[in-house]
Design a protein around this ligand. Structure first.
Ligand SMILES: *[C@@H]1O[C@H](CO)[C@@H](O)[C@H](O)[C@H]1NC(C)=O
Ligand SMILES: *[C@@H]1O[C@H](CO)[C@@H](O)[C@H](O)[C@H]1NC(C)=O
Ligand SMILES: *[C@@H]1O[C@H](CO)[C@@H](O)[C@H](O)[C@H]1NC(C)=O
Ligand SMILES: *[C@@H]1O[C@H](CO)[C@@H](O)[C@H](O)[C@H]1NC(C)=O
Ligand SMILES: [Zn+2]
Length: 529
């Protein structure tokens, strides 16, 4: 305990650069503490200058289903792992200077899915539920409504200005979020031809669009999962012991490599961490990594060995190094996809771990880039129905119990879901006394029985740092994100302002916060050895 306290004091001194006395008051959270903390925040706010540079690079971090309750709970979990009570902790992006709220409804539903939201924040247009890269003129599953309704994404606009582009996802690379970058499909499930009904064969599956069409075939970095949509259903996946899915017998990876070879470009296709780590970034123009049969593994279950899968932070690092080779800049999407999957199974622990894993990737990106020329955004596509309930005392384990119901006298956890598979079986609430609710496989209780938890319809938050990050303010429609990113990076529709701006130097507060986070990481490690 004494040792822990001394380490905490050293960390506090290093991180906050205040006196020992002030650090002591941080632990007490007395009047002096709140004054000191808030006065410092006030001075920071008053000293805020607008960064009007043009963003040469844009990096968009998308936490799929990373609702505000998810962010709050992840923040507490992070703090508690550092031996603190937790609530007072900050995630990296919570130190960004600008933020806004985003309205996530789509053209025909109050609560959205990831395909329609991705079309909003990447293509700048709201459309129908479970459709992707098409406007609201296209109806779900009606193949012929695709044609003429296609909308283009910021990734394509960036390519048109000579920038390099890429994406990283822990889901399948043909899944809803990345699909909005390069595909037009009236059904997000049409990832390969086996999913397309016989009356709709005029529609091209999403994997083929990625390999064959513009802008998909010009994407320099594609990292994620989903091999099953690229190979024939006569072929067994070597790692998964399952057949791939394509009915047309095509080998899209060979088609992808043939296309690059035909264009005299260098390329690499990798499926394991070992292969991934041995690529020569300087000598690789195009990189395709398909690390799993379907989605990549949850961080807690990830095979971290050479035959396993790289982490999202490692993929982020490589993606940035690949794209930094282009002096015109780049657009990069990084999706922490499995926050959403944890929630759908009401496995809150996984959702929080995936959020903290995404934070590591954000830290990498901040260390590798400059606030002068790189806009970094962290946001979510939609909310979830997990809520933080009860009146737990400060420092109560966030995955633990909030208290006992004064009606049925049974304990309940702080994190719960309004619907989902964690519902009470047998008509009465389970007695959770003695249950380890912090275990990764513990399913939080849900009220309405559903095989899968649904998304939530309230706003999500967006955090921004770098050139024109201040454009992200107030409450905005989700479509605004694409338009504002395009404006700051001089792609798409708004390029009038692009010629005149001299590059100015701005205080590198992102790097400062990345530095702080590195220190925090060290503090974290020290606590656990
Ligand atoms: C699309 O859906 C709308 C609303 O349900 C319907 O009125 C319209 O007829 C549909 N269009 C086509 C081409 O199916
Ligand atoms: C195509 O078939 C599916 C079922 O296989 C049906 O739901 C859909 O309405 C059909 N679409 C058209 C355009 O006929
Ligand atoms: C790759 O190129 C960069 C920039 O030209 C250079 O700094 C770096 O050393 C090169 N790395 C390798 C492994 O060749
Ligand atoms: C719940 O289980 C615990 C331990 O088995 C028991 O002590 C308690 O009385 C139970 N609560 C109710 C309301 O049944
Ligand atoms: Zn979802």
């Amino acid at each position: 305990m004494v040792l822990k306290r001394s380490i905490w004091l050293i960390c506090c001194l290093l991180l906050h650069q205040v006196s020992q006395e002030e650090c002591a008051s941080y632990q007490k959270e007395d009047v002096k503490y709140w004054y000191s903390l808030s006065q410092r925040a006030l001075r920071d706010s008053l000293a805020l200058t607008l960064n009007n540079n043009v963003a040469k690079n844009v990096i968009l971090f998308l936490g799929d289903g990373m609702s505000l309750p998810t962010i709050m709970a992840a923040r507490v979990l992070k703090g508690q792992r550092m031996g603190r009570r937790g609530e007072e902790t900050w995630l990296t992006w919570e130190n960004f200077p600008h933020s806004c709220l985003i309205k996530t409804y789509n053209a025909n539903t109050q609560v959205s899915d990831s395909a329609s939201t991705a079309t909003a924040y990447l293509c700048g247009v709201k459309n129908n539920y479970e459709t992707v890269g098409v406007s609201a003129a296209a109806n779900h599953s009606e193949c012929f409504t695709t044609f003429g309704a296609e909308v283009s994404s910021i990734l394509q606009w960036a390519q048109e200005e000579g920038k390099d582009t890429g994406f990283v996802t822990t889901a399948r690379v043909t899944h809803a979020t990345p699909a909005a970058l390069y595909a037009h499909s009236v059904n997000r499930d049409w990832e390969s031809d086996d999913k397309i009904p016989y009356n709709s064969t005029k529609c091209k599956d999403i994997a083929r669009q990625l390999v064959e069409d513009v802008p998909g075939r010009d994407i320099k970095v594609i990292l994620g999962g989903g091999r099953r949509h690229f190979f024939s259903n006569h072929i067994m996946d070597p790692e998964e012991d399952q057949y791939h899915l394509r009915k047309d017998g095509r080998d899209l990876v060979t088609e992808w490599t043939n296309d690059k070879a035909r264009r005299h470009a260098s390329f690499a296709f990798v499926t394991t961490t070992k292969e991934f780590q041995t690529i020569n970034i300087n000598k690789t123009d195009y990189l395709l990594g398909l690390f799993s049969y379907s989605h990549m593994q949850y961080e807690l279950e990830r095979n971290k060995g050479p035959e396993g899968e790289p982490s999202i932070a490692e993929m982020t690092k490589t993606a940035i190094k690949m794209l930094q080779k282009n002096s015109n800049g780049y657009f990069l999407l990084i999706e922490g996809a499995r926050i959403d999957h944890g929630h759908h199974d009401t496995l809150a622990r996984h959702a929080l771990e995936e959020t903290l894993t995404l934070e590591k990737a954000v830290n990498e990106a901040l260390l590798m880039t400059s606030r002068d020329d790189t806009l970094v955004i962290v946001t979510a596509d939609h909310s979830q129905v997990m809520t933080v309930n009860g009146y737990a005392k400060r420092g109560t384990p966030i995955l633990g119990f909030a208290g006992v119901s004064n009606v049925d006298n049974l304990p309940y956890t702080t994190l719960m879901y309004t619907n989902g598979p964690g519902y009470s079986k047998g008509g009465h609430r389970a007695n959770l006394t003695g249950v380890d609710t912090t275990h990764k496989d513990y399913q939080q209780l849900s009220l309405v029985p559903m095989t899968e938890e649904t998304h939530g319809g309230e706003d999500v938050a967006l955090y921004a740092i770098g050139p024109m990050a201040h454009l992200f303010h107030g409450v905005q429609e989700q479509t605004y994100v694409a338009h504002a990113m395009a404006y700051t990076s001089c792609v798409g529709h708004n390029k009038e302002h692009c010629q005149k701006k001299p590059q100015e130097q701005y205080e590198n507060c992102g790097v400062k916060s990345a530095f702080r986070n590195t220190l925090l990481a060290i503090c974290f490690v020290v606590f656990f050895i």
